[in-house]
Design a protein around this ligand. Structure first.
Ligand code: MF3
Ligand code: CO
Length: 248
């Protein structure tokens, strides 16, 4: 069942998503060589709490932090720790906030100081993949139209999309129906309707799509070939007038 949000619910989702967007902006300013991922996590968590919201990743299926911070070949679910960012790294911040019972969720990948041309291109294309998907996020289109658009833009650049993890509906829960794969066929999957709220989140690998999960912490997802990966996610409301991005 895919929930259609009422106007009252949409007001609450806007508020939660606004806090996520503001947190991204707040934390972004601290990303430079020498800062630890644990430090960035604390800055994000404190800011979310200061806005009267709660970091919804914390304790989600036992996840141990407020945010996921994923460096270089880490695709998603990097656990913040004492690692100090280095010039040339790329770092993905992924987190959400729940306020008044409703969730927002977003992710961005940032450069640390100067990064290679290849890394910069991967981040730019991953962002483009989101906007290609967004163009398809319209009432009457299907989930597969979003998936295909994301995959096409990534593969046209010689990249691959992660298959083991998906975008998702969002609302009273962080993850709701429908699943939104980053690969697929146009015209397939559930039909989109006004009032759906979706977290569209391309995860794009510079090399192959295969990933591994860290056998020790059971969370950290890395590219199998050790190549870079980038992530770009927003919470998106479908209206009769088209998509509206709530987390930017
Ligand atoms: N990366 C996921 C998303 O954006 C959520 C991570 S859940 C956590 O949907 F438990 F790892 F935090
Ligand atoms: Co998400």
């Amino acid at each position: 069942m895919i929930p259609i949000k009422t106007d009252k619910e949409i007001t609450k989702m806007r508020a939660a998503s606004r806090i996520v967007a503001d947190t991204l902006k707040h934390v972004e300013a601290f990303i430079k060589p020498g800062v630890t991922t644990g430090g960035l996590n604390k800055i994000a968590e404190d800011y979310i709490l200061s806005r009267g919201a709660y970091p919804n990743f914390k304790n989600y299926f036992g996840y141990p932090a407020a945010t996921c911070i994923s460096v270089n070949d880490v695709v998603i679910h990097g656990i913040p720790d004492a690692y100090a960012l280095r010039e040339g790294d790329i770092v993905s911040l992924d987190f959400g906030a729940v306020k008044d019972g409703y969730h927002g969720d977003a992710a961005r990948t940032y450069p640390v100081g100067n990064v290679s041309k290849e890394a910069a291109k991967l981040m730019a294309v991953t962002r483009e993949c989101f906007y290609e998907g967004l163009k398809q996020a319209r009432a009457g289109r299907r989930v597969g139209d979003i998936s295909r658009a994301i995959q096409a833009r990534a593969e046209a650049n010689g990249y691959s999309v992660v298959r083991a993890f998906c975008g998702h509906g969002i609302g009273k829960n962080l993850h709701e129906d429908p699943q939104i794969p980053n690969y697929g066929a146009p015209g397939q999957g559930p039909c989109l309707q006004a009032g759906f709220v979706l977290a569209i989140e391309p995860m794009v690998n510079a090399g192959g799509f295969e990933v591994t999960v860290d056998p020790v912490d059971k969370w950290t997802v890395r590219t199998k070939d050790g190549k870079l990966s980038a992530h770009y996610e927003n919470t998106v409301l479908i209206t009769n007038g088209g998509p509206e991005v709530l987390t930017e």
